[in-house]
Each structure stands twice: as C-alpha cells, then as structure tokens.
Write a protein that binds this ligand. Structure first.
Ligand SMILES: C[S@@+](CC[C@H](N)C(=O)[O-])C[C@H]1O[C@@H](n2cnc3c(N)ncnc32)[C@H](O)[C@@H]1O
Length: 322
C-alpha cells in the first residue's frame, strides 16, 4: 500500500493536457472485428469469473469492449474466441482483463442530492456524535476515489461549510451553525486500485466537465482557472491522503465517521462479493457512522447493521449495538 499526501505533491503540470480521441465504431479501432453481440456474450461469460456483475456493465460495455479489442490486437490474436483460449491457458491474463474492466467516470459533487444531504444533514449529525464522544477529528474514507473528485468535494464542503453550507437554489453557501461551532479537522483517506487515477488525483487539475456540478461559489473559492483547466487550491488538498489499494483485498487503516463507497462495489461487483466487502467496510465505520452509496445503487439482499439515514436515498447510518 502506498500513501501520498495531496499537499506534498508538486504543483500541477498544465502542459500535459490529453487530446481526446474521436469516437469510432468498435471494429475499426484496431485490426480485429468484434461486434457488440460477441463482446456482450464474452463479458457475460467472463465477468462472473472475476466476481463482477454483468448488469452493472451493460450501460458502459462499449468502453470495456474497446479495451478488450485493443488487448486482443496487442496479443496478436484473431478475436474473442482466441482470447478466451488465452485466458484458459494463462491465468495471469485474468488479472489483465480485470484491469480492463475498471470504469473510472467521476466528477465533483456527483449526485447533487446526496452531497446536499451530506452537507445539510450528515455532517451536522456526525459532528454532534463526534463532539459528544470527544473525538479530535472527523475521518472520511472515499473507496474507489477515481481522480479524487469525491474526496476533494467533501474537503471543499467541509472547509467552505465551516460556518456556511450550500442550500439548493442558492448561488452560494448559507449559514450553517452546527459546523460553525466545530473546530475539528476533517481528514480524508481516498483509495483506488488504479495508479493513473491517483496520479491525476494528486495533480488536482481538472477539465470543466469534472467541476460543472459544483455550486458556483464553491468552484470560484476552491479553484484557479488556467485556460480550460481548473486547479484545486492547496488549502483543499490538505488532509487528503491517497492510497493505492484494491478494496477486494485491503482496507484503509483506522475507523471512520463517514465512508463513501459509490459507483463501484454495489454496481460492478457480484452480490456475494458486495456482501463480503460491505461487512468489512462496516467494521471500519464508527457506531453512528454514515455509509453513502451511489444514487442508483442499493445494498445487497440481507445486508444488516445499517438503517436508512433521513428520507433520501443512498445514505445509511450504522446501527449502534445495544
Ligand atoms: C466509477 S468510478 C467512481 C468514482 C467515485 N467513487 C464516484 O462515485 O464518482 C470507480 C473507481 O473505482 C476504482 N476501482 C475499480 N476497481 C477497484 C478495486 N477493486 N478497488 C479499489 N478501487 C477500484 C476505479 O479505478 C475507479 O476510479
């Protein structure tokens, strides 16, 4: 496990802006001919063997199919049938395929309703419990943090809500008394299996599409604009630590007041693996701690130890054992 403190990293290199490649139909990307139907059949065969769930991939399959096609080309194989044979012969190739199946879409303030609830209901509740317990800090873990959008959103929210909070419809922050009285620091641990994503996270430099959902005043307060890039200010990188970690095999150290596990485990992993990971994550959550999942996600059948928090979706509170 490698840990990187976002503040300790060099300032973003603004010249390394990647040029997006034009979209093309799958068969023309590389030399091999893979149809959507063939690739769907392949994924429906392969994903369960990786403990991944086809329904989660249905909508994003083209992204994965492109990568698989590229891989087949790299290996100079004739097509998916030959690739299946290769998987049978080389167990190590499954690891490669697993890597090709990572979906990395994210953005700041993703699922606005959930972040609104975190800002106006979750944080005050967490602060209240933490103060009662005599905690010296608030700890948050972002699981599958992508390029840091989610982790930084919480830190921006915390810093700019210290005395203020965003209310929907308002152009900017509004008074938020419970947190205003609280002087606790918020420490965010953000983990992802993908080193490239973490590298981008540590640069803290984003295109407009990544920040478009942020309340305008937060965007203006937290970022500097250089051309078409938005660079996150140093204050908001403080107390954010990125670690390279596979949630299937390792957990962040310590206990947390809030865990964000969104758009990864409960979308792409199979039910059994979801339950295994949920139970491990719960062990890292303090009593009264909050688990937020993706807005379109639900907990696996039979999940226990959590109750819905508030009236909105996607947020759960850990039950306190009597
Ligand atoms: C769809 S993004 C979600 C990002 C963010 N949580 C959000 O909701 O916007 C999923 C992220 O999980 C990461 N990921 C995929 N498999 C993982 C694993 N086994 N362990 C940790 N992270 C993983 C991917 O690299 C990617 O950055």
């Amino acid at each position: 496990m490698t840990a990187v403190n976002a503040r300790a990293l060099p300032r973003p290199v603004l010249s390394t802006v990647l040029i997006a490649q034009p979209r093309r139909p799958l068969p023309q990307i590389v030399g091999i001919d893979v149809t959507d139907k063939e690739c769907t059949e392949f994924l429906q065969w392969g994903l369960p063997r990786l403990r991944l769930a086809w329904p989660g991939f249905r909508r994003v399959r083209k992204q994965v199919c492109k990568r698989v096609a590229r891989r087949i080309d790299e290996l100079e194989l004739s097509g998916l049938a030959a690739y299946r044979t290769r998987l049978g012969q080389s167990p190590g190739e499954w690891k490669v395929l697993d890597g090709l199946c990572r979906i990395t879409i994210s953005r700041f303030y993703r699922d606005r309703g959930v972040f609104d609830a975190i800002s106006t209901q979750v944080l005050p509740s967490i602060v209240r419990c933490a103060v009662e317990r005599g905690d010296e800090e608030i700890r948050c873990w972002s699981v599958g943090c992508g390029s840091g959008e989610e982790a930084y959103t919480v830190q921006i929210m915390w810093k700019l809500s210290l005395g203020t909070s965003f209310s929907p419809g308002a152009r900017g922050p509004q008074p938020f008394p419970p947190v205003a009285r609280c002087k606790l620091p918020l420490r965010v641990t953000a983990s992802d299996v993908d080193g490239h994503m973490l590298e981008r996270a540590s640069r803290g430099c984003y295109p407009k599409s990544s920040v478009k959902d942020l309340p305008v005043l937060w965007l203006e307060s937290a970022f500097s604009r250089y051309g078409d890039q938005y660079v996150l200010g140093e204050t908001f990188r403080e107390n954010v630590t990125f670690i390279k970690q596979d949630i299937r095999h390792a957990l962040a150290e310590g206990s947390f007041h809030i865990i964000l596990c969104r758009n990864l485990v409960f979308t792409y992993f199979d039910e059994e693996l979801q339950m295994e990971i949920l139970n491990k994550i719960l062990c890292r959550l303090l009593p009264d701690g909050i688990l937020a999942v993706g807005i379109h996600e639900s907990l696996p059948q039979g999940a226990s130890g959590l109750s819905p928090f508030g009236s909105g979706p996607a947020i759960y509170k850990k039950d306190v054992l009597q």
